[in-house]
Design a protein around this ligand. Structure first.
Ligand code: ZN
Length: 390
C-alpha cells in the first residue's frame, strides 16, 4: 500500500509508516480489539484518533467532515475513553461509577449515541487492576457488534496475559531523531534547539515540542544542572540540592496551571463565562487539567532527573573519546569538556539517577524528598571518592 493510497487521516499519522499501513489495511475488516504499544511520545495517541476517525467517517477518514473532526479531537459522541484517575484503573462499584472498568464495559453493550460504530479506548491499559482487567476481559471475549476496542500502553508487558492474548497488537517504535527534528523545524523551531529538545526528550515528540516551544521548556534542565553542581560540593550540600529541586517542581505546577487556563479562552464568552454549547467540553478539559496538574511535580522531577542523567551520559561519552556531535546537550560541549569526572564515575552516577527515576515513577511512593535526598547524597559521595582517584 503506497502512502498516497492511505485514507487522509491515516496518512497524517506522523513518523509511523508501518503502523499506519497496518491500520489502513485493518479498516476494511477491523478486528474487535487492538493494542497500540510503544513508548510515550511515539505517536500512539495520534494514531488512535486517526484510526477512530477513519472508522467513524462515512468516507473512511476524509479528515474534513464532522465525524473526522470530532474523532480527531477525541470528542465524537461514539468514542469513549477510560483512563486511570489515580495510579490505577479501578473496577468500580457498578455501571454508574464513572471512569471505572464496570462503567466502561457496561457502555460497550449500549446503542451508541449516533448511528455507526463505537470506539472504546483504554489509555494506559497497563494500569488496569486485576479485577478491572477481568471486567474488561468479558467484553473482549464476547465482543458487542460494531464495537472496536483500542487499548494503549507504553508498558505492554505489564498487561495481564489474558487481555493481551485477545487483542491484536500494533507496535509503535520510538520516533527517529531526524523525524522529530524535522517536525519541530516545520513548526518554526531552529535546528539547534530542535536537536537539543529531541535528545533531552529521548525522542518523545510531545515532550520535545514542549521543551522547544514553552518559555519554561528548559527550566528543568537549568535547575537540574545547577543543583547537581551544588550537590557535587559534598554531602552537606546534597540535602539543600534536593530541597531546591522540589521547590522548582512546585513552581512549575503553578506555571503549568496558568498555561492550561489559556486553553479555555476559545470556549469563553466576552465575560469570561463558558458558552453553553461548550460546557461539556470544558468539564472534560478541566478533569484532564486536574490530572495533569496532579502529575506536574513528578513530571518536572522526571525531566530534571533525565537532564541530570543526560549530563553524566555526555561526560561519559567525552571521557571515552566520543566527539561533541554525539552529545545530548549539544549546546554545552565546552562546559562538558571541562568536566573533571571520568567515565567510571559518570556510569555510577547514571545508575543512581536511574534508580531515583524508577522510585519516583512508582506513584505509590509518596516521599519524593527522601528519594531525591538519597540520590544526591550518593552523587556527592561519588564525587568525593573519585576526587582522590584523579
Ligand atoms: Zn471524514
Amino acid at each position: 500500500m503506497t502512502i498516497a493510497s492511505l485514507p487522509p487521516v491515516i496518512r497524517d499519522v506522523p513518523g509511523q509508516d508501518n503502523a499506519a499501513a497496518f491500520l489502513a489495511r485493518a479498516l476494511a475488516h477491523p478486528s474487535h480489539a487492538y493494542l497500540f504499544s510503544g513508548p510515550e511520545g511515539s505517536g500512539k495517541r495520534l494514531a488512535m484518533r486517526a484510526f477512530a476517525a477513519a472508522l467513524l467517517c462515512p468516507d473512511g477518514g476524509c479528515g474534513d467532515c464532522r465525524a473526522c473532526r470530532l474523532a480527531l479531537g477525541e470528542r465524537h459522541p461514539n468514542m469513549l475513553l477510560l483512563e486511570p484517575t489515580g495510579p490505577d484503573i479501578l473496577v468500580g462499584k457498578d455501571a454508574q461509577d464513572p471512569n471505572t472498568a464496570r462503567w466502561f464495559a457496561s457502555r460497550a453493550y449500549l446503542t451508541p449515541p449516533e448511528p455507526g460504530r463505537k470506539i472504546m479506548v483504554v489509555l494506559q491499559a497497563d494500569r488496569l487492576r486485576v479485577e478491572a482487567a477481568d471486567v474488561l476481559l468479558k467484553a473482549l471475549e464476547e465482543p458487542p457488534t460494531d464495537t472496536i476496542f483500542v487499548l494503549m500502553s507504553a508498558r505492554p508487558d505489564e498487561l495481564p496475559e489474558t487481555v493481551r492474548s485477545r487483542v491484536q497488537e500494533i507496535g509503535f517504535p520510538p520516533l527517529s531523531e531526524a523525524f522529530v527534528v524535522d517536525a519541530l523545524m516545520s513548526e518554526g523551531v531552529s535546528e539547534d534547539l530542535a536537536r537539543l529538545a529531541c535528545r533531552l526528550a529521548g525522542g518523545n515528540l510531545g515532550r520535545a515540542r514542549r521543551t522547544a516551544k514553552s518559555e519554561h521548556g528548559l527550566d528543568s534542565r537549568t535547575v537540574a544542572l545547577s543543583v547537581g553542581a551544588k550537590a557535587a560540593a559534598g554531602p552537606g550540600q546534597a540535602l539543600g540540592a534536593a530541597e531546591e529541586l522540589l521547590a522548582a517542581a512546585k513552581g512549575f505546577r503553578g506555571v503549568l496551571g496558568e498555561e492550561l487556563e489559556l486553553e479555555f479562552e476559545p470556549f469563553l464568552d466576552p465575560n469570561g463565562k463558558p458558552e453553553e454549547a461548550f460546557k461539556g467540553i470544558i468539564r472534560r478539559m478541566k478533569d484532564q487539567h486536574e490530572r495533569r496538574l496532579r502529575r506536574a511535580e513528578r513530571e518536572f522531577l522526571d525531566s530534571a532527573l533525565l537532564a541530570l542523567a543526560a549530563h553524566w551520559r555526555d561526560v561519559a561519552v567525552l571521557a571515552s573519546g566520543g566527539g561533541p556531535e554525539m552529545l545530548i546537550n549539544v549546546d554545552l560541549a565546552e562546559e562538558l569538556q571541562a568536566a573533571p569526572a571520568g567515565a567510571a564515575q559518570a556510569g555510577l552516577a547514571m545508575g543512581h539517577i536511574e534508580q531515583a527515576r524508577a522510585d519516583l515513577a512508582d506513584e505509590t511512593n509518596l516521599n519524593a524528598r527522601l528519594v531525591l535526598e538519597r540520590m544526591f547524597l550518593k552523587l556527592a559521595r561519588l564525587n568525593q571518592d573519585h576526587a582522590f582517584v584523579q
